[in-house]
Ligand binder design. Structure first.
Ligand code: PBG
Length: 331
């Protein structure tokens, strides 16, 4: 018998299987643990009363009228989720997106309602962008059919001020305009800024645009969102946002940009978030509906991967569901 085929001759120092034998051992050596408190639930708020309008491409997600937010917040809190990211869908839109900074705007009303119903129990993060509020669906104001960066930045600051005045804990500029964080920082000293620093022009935002009614009427967002091929540029965006005064950094999408999550975690010291976007959610939902994927296992594996890469906060449409799964696994 040769040494190779003789079992007695097998001398393997590293045997990973020793620690995989039982569930107790696997849990003991688990490196990454998800917790409900690291999940951020995105909520879409719409006009009306008593409305929970299902979003077609995002099974399980609804557009909620303001009065539905209290109960939704209670469910989230019961499950252990302690933060939400708000997106408003206004009654009407115009060329400059003025609904975004209206004192009685939909997101402003949503913030007040959440504060009234759950106080400080929930961290309220408000998205700062114009795309849901502009008639053309772009993230800023237009000049000659392209988005005018420097004319948009003061408007974004105005939106952020208005959201902060309504009571948002955190404002999250997502328009990818250069200088937007600096302008918001100058305008607001006491409100935290979660900067969507590295936001790729991604195919995975499709379902969101249906949910938020924010698809661009012409062209695309490649003139302001990043080329998804670029990682070094993403790091430059992150550094710029930190220099401009961001308190936290967000990377988006999550799984398609997992390398950036890991690189950012190694390079910066502030809290880091990743956004598992609508298309990532929809892909898992659709495959699960066909019986091709196990919804729960695929969702938890993806969320764990995002955490393993270094995200301490994960914005995810699975937030409520995943928090319930995690609680169940704890018992
Ligand atoms: C607003 C914004 C978008 C998303 C978050 N904020 C849409 C976009 O950039 O087109 C996408 C989130 C998702 O897909 O879940 N600019």
């Amino acid at each position: 018998m040769t040494a190779l085929s003789d079992p007695a001759a097998v001398d393997i120092r590293f045997r990973g299987r020793r620690l995989r034998r039982t569930a107790a051992l696997r849990e003991l050596v688990r490196e990454t643990r998800l917790h409900p408190s690291m999940l951020v639930a995105p909520l879409f708020v719409r006009p009306g009363r008593g409305i929970r309008e299902p979003i077609g491409a995002m099974p399980g997600q609804d557009q909620l009228s303001v009065d539905e937010l209290g109960p939704q917040a209670e469910w989230l809190l019961d499950a252990g989720v302690r933060s939400v990211l708000l997106f408003g869908i206004p009654e009407s839109k115009d060329a400059v997106g003025s609904g975004a900074w209206a004192d009685d705007g939909i997101t402003q009303e949503a913030i007040r309602e959440l504060r009234r119903t759950v106080g400080d129990d929930l961290a309220i993060i408000a998205d700062v962008c114009l795309c849901e509020y502009t008639s053309h669906g772009h993230c800023g104001v237009l000049r000659d059919a392209s988005v005018d960066n420097d004319a948009t930045v003061p408007l974004l600051a105005r939106v952020a001020i208005s959201l902060a005045e309504a009571g948002a804990d955190v404002v999250a500029p997502s328009a990818m305009m250069d200088g937007q964080v600096a302008a918001i920082r100058r305008a607001l000293s006491g409100t935290a800024i979660l900067a969507y620093a590295a936001k790729h022009a991604s195919a995975f935002y499709g379902p969101f645009r249906e949910a938020a009614k924010s698809a661009p009427a012409f062209g695309d967002r490649r003139g302001y969102q990043m080329d998804s091929a670029n990682g070094r540029e993403a790091m430059a965006e992150i550094r710029a946002d930190l220099d401009e005064g961001a308190d936290m950094i967000l990377i988006k999408p999550a799984l398609p940009a997992l390398d950036l999550v890991a690189a950012a975690r190694a390079a910066i010291n502030v809290p880091l978030a990743a956004y598992q976007v609508s298309g990532e959610y929809a892909a898992i939902c659709a495959a699960a509906e066909h019986g091709w994927l196990d919804r729960r296992a695929a969702a938890l594996e993806s969320l764990t991967a995002i955490a393993r890469a270094g995200a301490g906060m994960i914005v995810t449409y699975f937030a409520l569901e995943a928090a319930a799964w995690l609680r169940e696994m704890d018992r």
